[in-house]
Write a protein that binds this ligand. Structure first.
Ligand code: AHG
Ligand code: MN
Ligand code: MN
Length: 328
């Protein structure tokens, strides 16, 4: 055996990757790099808490509803605090908007150039049952002058203005996947070293796939054409896979090829998923990986945002599958 094979390289850490790529980024001043590292730090802390939730007494309902009128879980609240604290202490984000809060958080970093939108914990219904959950984040450059407090317009930008977006998947392994508009890269967390390492370079969504993902309980409420599309997937004996955590469903489809559908329903006539916290970042990622995202009428990234908590139908994944759906 060659001596090198006794000690194989562990690979590139997320920190090193971010720094190496910094020069190629058009606003290469280092602040965005620092912001991404702050997010990675919060991700490690939330990962620890997700992993030990049953021991830390942070499972179950918190006893409040969030701004969406949904029951908050304790971990929703914990993750929200962890990310906001890391972004506040990091200094690069002047404001944060979170799915869990009514108000924009002014971090006090008025010199910060960026605003961040987060879904701190996605897949709340899976928290207590040891099924994959995630965090979704999205970064914009502020529009208001640096040195002043952030204003509403800073966080009411369309998805095509994102400078970076990504997610953390707390799954059978923990991964951080992100884009700054030059492809999508994935990093796997090594618990023993406390570092994310590059594991998935330049992810590409297969052009087509054989997986379709939707909540079947809602099928009878879907628009007729969506029902027809689903019937054609079934006729071709495609596999139906639905975890119920958007991040996890999206991640699987991105790696394997497939389409995720959350159409309008009677309960949620505008769809259930939130544009700013869920649809925009995943649409940015999927396009960077060669896939597509639409609300059935237009490209998700071009939808005008009027309200932080605005919802949208979402059809996202492999290009050929999304194309077929919209051709109907
Ligand atoms: P969140 O936990 O952040 O509120 O998001 C839940 C979302 C998303 O993760 C998932 O894909 C979807 O809700 C599942 O909705 P249904 O339970 O209606 O299928
Ligand atoms: Mn969510
Ligand atoms: Mn959430």
């Amino acid at each position: 055996m060659q001596p090198e094979n006794l000690a194989l390289p562990v690979g590139i850490t997320l920190d090193r990757f971010i720094l190496r790529n910094q020069e190629a980024f058009r606003y290469a001043t280092g602040e965005l790099s620092q912001l991404l590292r702050d997010i990675a730090l919060a991700a490690k802390i939330v990962n620890r808490e997700v992993n030990k939730a049953g021991l830390l007494n942070i499972t179950g309902a918190y006893g409040h509803q969030n701004v969406q009128g949904e029951d908050q879980q304790k971990l929703d609240v914990v993750a929200d605090i962890r990310f906001i604290r890391a972004l506040t202490n990091g200094g690069e984000a002047c404001a944060v908007v979170s799915e869990e809060r009514h108000e924009m958080v002014d971090t006090g970093n008025h010199k910060g150039k960026y605003v961040v939108a987060i879904d701190p914990l996605d897949g709340s219904s899976n928290i207590d049952v040891n099924v994959s959950i995630g965090t979704i984040f999205s970064i914009y450059r502020r529009l208001s002058p640096v040195g002043t407090p952030a204003v509403m317009e800073d966080v009411i930008q369309p998805g095509n203005r994102q400078v970076a977006a990504g997610y953390i998947l707390y799954g059978s392994s923990t991964m951080l996947v992100y884009t700054t508009g030059r492809g999508v890269n994935g990093f796997t967390y090594d618990h023993s070293l406390g570092e994310f390492f590059l594991s998935h370079t330049q992810i590409q969504v297969p052009k087509t796939g054989k997986i379709f993902s939707y909540n079947e309980g809602n099928l009878d409420d879907f628009p007729k054409l969506v029902q027809e599309y689903i019937a054609s997937c079934r006729a071709q004996r495609f596999s139906s896979r639905y975890i119920g955590s958007l991040v996890a469903d999206f991640h699987r489809n991105m790696l394997k090829g497939g389409v995720y559908l959350y159409p309008p329903t009677r309960k949620d006539p505008n769809g259930k998923l939130r544009l700013l916290y869920e649809c925009f970042p995943l649409a940015f990622l999927v396009e960077q990986a060669g896939g597509m995202a639409t609300d059935g009428r237009q490209r998700i990234l071009d939808i005008a945002l009027h309200d932080w908590h605005q919802r949208s139908p979402l059809y996202i994944g492999s290009e050929a599958m999304v194309q077929e759906l919209i051709s109907l």
